[in-house]
Ligand binder design. Structure first.
Ligand SMILES: [Mg+2]
Length: 125
């Protein structure tokens, strides 16, 4: 078996959805967790993580973009919960047999067609 490190990269890296998908699949496989990773279970786990993410913002009121007044610990916590949401979403798409990257790009195109820029600028006062 490959001895793969799960330490984060030391430098910024453009991580692909495919890499995350493959690493998550391996993470589950070596732990014998595939039996628990049904679409329903993963969806419920995803919703739970969205709840944890929401708790970070709960009671803070509106916060500034870039979070200039947040502590390093608060930012780290946010990074962890955002990552939990992403990872469960990637895993859910994988066990459903979806190509998440292709689906997301297709949805962006649909949204662009649904909300054309010209129509939006006409609607502005
Ligand atoms: Mg979490």
């Amino acid at each position: 078996m490959e001895n793969r490190s799960y330490e984060p990269e030391k430098t910024a890296k453009d991580v692909s959805l495919q890499e995350l998908r493959d690493r998550l699949a391996e993470f589950a496989r070596v732990r014998g967790w595939e039996q628990y990773h049904s679409p329903r279970n993963l969806l419920l786990a995803l919703v739970g993580e969205v709840g944890e993410l929401s708790e970070i913002f709960q009671w803070k009121g509106e916060v500034e973009r870039g979070l200039p007044n947040w502590s390093a610990a608060e930012r780290e916590h946010l990074e962890e919960e955002v990552s939990d949401v992403l990872l469960y979403l990637v895993r859910l798409a994988d066990v459903c047999g979806l190509d998440l990257g292709h689906a997301a790009v297709s949805k962006l195109v649909k949204n662009a067609n649904k909300y054309p820029v010209a129509a939006l600028t006409r609607a502005l006062p």
